[in-house]
Design a protein around this ligand. Structure first.
Ligand code: MRU
Length: 364
């Protein structure tokens, strides 16, 4: 299993995903700015991985803090959260991760000069009995590390819940990367595929290359190859043809944000796949943890969609392919309306239509 994000000797350790598949390089991020840059430049990417890295970013920044009391410490945490929350707008997991860090700190608000409760401090913690501020630092770090551990368990459960939908000899199409690299290490949509493989099912996975940043071609194929799963790379515009040729039994992708009615934002191109899947009567599944749901948002129209630099389209990977000065539109995500979705696979179970009602019930 990959370890996408972790804590190593006081630094945030991540895989630099922009270097894959040629090189597997780990970065040790030592400042908040480095963490912020790693997120916005997609060195770390994928909704859950972004949330986990941001949480560790808060722990990193506060580890360096020289705040003298709770209120100074809290102000610094708030400023850190504000900065990190501007790094990418669409994946709700970023805000979820930061909110959790804020919440644990709020719970540690001193009562009568003492931390209350001492949650997050294990018995063997070297910080036990150390200064008040050091204990706060440890509590934040422990929370971020706990989130990483939990992500792993959650992805395993998504895998088990989703694998029951995959029959032996299944031919699957996926888009972008919703694998170990997009989470702490196991993946959501790919987690389902890995689990089906572990169950001994024979699989063939078609992978969209995923223009413009090629997460499918560079990352998903790399992961599937490691798992020894038969993998066929296609250009995004080939999906319709292979569906018509009856080469696909099921489509499964991840999510960056799911609204209360099931409308789902995911990598640009996902919506087109869902339309194609419906036209060819192929089931279309989303796999995502509960941290990808944003129940405050009624439907997909309200999901903020990130627009990225023009050069990602005109000069992919440093090579100019379009005339200088050409106008460009580069949204990084699109929204698939829930009526095109067959089911949403979560760690709590598979949600089927009617989504509005079933999502509400699942989170009640
Ligand atoms: O721009 P990216 O690479 O961060 O986009 C990632 C995706 O769209 C993934 O499908 C999504 O985050 C789900 S990851 C489990």
């Amino acid at each position: 299993m990959i370890k996408t994000v972790g804590w190593y000797r006081g630094k945030v350790k991540v895989i630099d995903q922009t270097q894959l598949p040629e090189k597997l390089i780990y970065l040790n991020l030592s400042t908040l700015k480095e963490v912020g840059e790693a997120i916005s430049s997609l060195k770390v990417r994928g909704a859950p991985a972004i949330g986990l890295t941001a949480a560790l970013g808060v722990a990193l920044q506060m580890n360096l803090s020289s705040a003298k009391n709770y209120s100074e410490f809290r102000k610094e945490v708030e400023a850190t959260i504000k900065y990190l929350s501007t790094r990418r707008p669409t994946a709700v997991n970023l805000f979820w991760g930061l909110k959790r860090m804020e919440k644990v700190l709020v719970r540690c608000k001193p009562v009568g000069g003492r931390i209350h409760p001492t949650r997050g401090l294990d018995k063997s913690s070297p910080y036990k009995g150390s200064s008040y501020i050091n204990r706060l630092k440890r509590i934040l770090l422990n929370e971020a590390l706990l989130m990483i551990e939990e992500d792993d368990e959650i992805c395993r459960r998504i895998g088990e819940n989703g694998a029951s939908l995959i029959k032996d000899d299944c031919k699957i199409l996926t888009h972008c990367n919703a694998g170990g690299l997009a989470t702490a290490g196991f993946g959501t949509a790919l987690g389902v595929i890995f689990t089906a493989k572990e169950q001994g099912k024979r699989l063939r996975v078609y992978v969209d290359e995923t223009r413009p940043l090629l997460q499918g071609a560079r990352l998903t194929t790399w992961e599937l190859k490691k798992y020894k799963i038969e993998t066929i790379l296609i250009c995004d515009n080939m999906a319709g043809l292979i569906m018509r040729q009856k080469r696909i039994d099921l489509v499964i992708v991840g999510a960056d944000r799911i609204a209360a009615n099931g409308d789902t934002a995911n990598k640009i191109g996902t919506y087109s796949l869902a339309v194609l899947a419906r036209a060819h009567k192929i089931p279309f599944y989303i796999a995502a943890p509960s941290s990808s749901f944003d129940l405050k948002i009624k439907n997909g129209e309200k999901i903020p969609i990130e627009e990225r630099a023009e050069k990602e389209i005109t000069c992919p990977f440093g090579k100019r392919i379009a005339p200088a000065g050409i106008k460009v539109y580069n949204p990084a995500f699109d929204v698939t309306p829930s009526w095109l979705i067959s089911g949403i696979i979560t760690e709590k179970g598979v949600i089927h239509p009617p989504f509005q009602k079933n999502i509400q019930e699942l989170f009640a």
